[in-house]
Design a protein around this ligand. Structure first.
Ligand code: 13P
Length: 251
């Protein structure tokens, strides 16, 4: 399985800023993702079309949206459908990011609807899961991951190819805080995630990428990517600049 090197640009970058960053990445990478690695850039909707055109300059790289609404079209003011995302040239979408769960109030059920709908409509999905500090400290880690995975994957069509789905484990307390989980935490939690994935999807669990996210940076990316059950990284802050994200891609 190729390692997935994913950038989540959140609410940063206009279209022209996105293009400038991708062009810089293309130059540093000499037009290609390194062997054994696949690059994905999750960009804001307003930059998605421009980013998707620009990313063609990097072999083995693609773009994704950061959210979707689970309908093809309709009276859903302010929302974006998978058809629109694909028309921008993007092939991926994020679901269940902790900022959408905790700031925008998305439920596990809604995340599950989005995940299934995006897959049914030909997008690849990166489903994000992760516990808050309070949940971890109250011994609820496994319960939270189990609930988020079970409900998040509830209606995933059985025929979904393994590479259409990825799971990103991002402990909420490590996002944007500079506080990375220790390598031991990551190994222990990824083992729990993989076990839960096997319960839910059987053998396909071992072919489904499981990424770590939360304060990944050039200095820690190499070590994290070498840990058991880590098939890639999902990077926020350190993905905004071409030089730091390409250092991570090459780590
Ligand atoms: P940071 O890398 O800024 O901690 O963000 C992680 C994240 O939320 C990626 O989705």
């Amino acid at each position: 399985m190729k390692k997935l090197m994913a950038a989540n640009w959140k609410m940063y970058k206009t279209g022209s800023e996105a293009v400038a960053t991708i062009n810089e990445m293309a130059a540093i990478l000499n037009g290609s993702a390194p062997e054994g690695r696949e690059v994905v850039v999750f960009a804001p909707f307003t930059a998605l079309e421009a980013a998707s055109s620009a990313i063609k300059a990097i072999n083995g790289a693609s773009t994704g949206a950061e959210n979707l609404y689970p309908a093809i079209e309709g009276a859903f003011t302010g929302e974006i459908s998978p058809v629109m995302i694909k028309a921008c040239g993007a092939s991926w979408v994020l679901t269940g990011h902790s900022e959408r769960r905790h700031i925008l109030g998305e439920s596990d059920e809604f995340v599950g609807q989005k995940t299934a709908f995006a897959l049914q409509n030909g997008l690849r999905v990166m489903l994000c899961i992760g516990e808050t500090l309070e949940e971890r400290e109250s011994g609820l880690l496994r319960n939270v991951l189990e609930r988020q995975l079970k409900l998040g994957l509830k209606d995933v069509p059985a025929e979904t190819p393994a590479d259409a789905l990825a799971i990103a484990y991002e402990p909420v307390w490590a996002i944007g805080t500079g506080k990375t989980a220790t390598n031991d935490d990551i190994v222990e939690t990824h083992a729990i995630c993989r076990e839960l994935m096997r319960e839910i999807m059987g053998d396909k669990a071992d072919e489904t990428a499981l990424l770590y996210g939360g304060s990944v940076k050039p200095a820690n990316a190499g070590a994290i990517l070498g840990l058991d059950n880590v098939d890639g990284v999902l990077v926020g802050g350190a993905s905004l600049k071409a030089d730091s994200f390409t250092q991570i891609i090459n780590a």
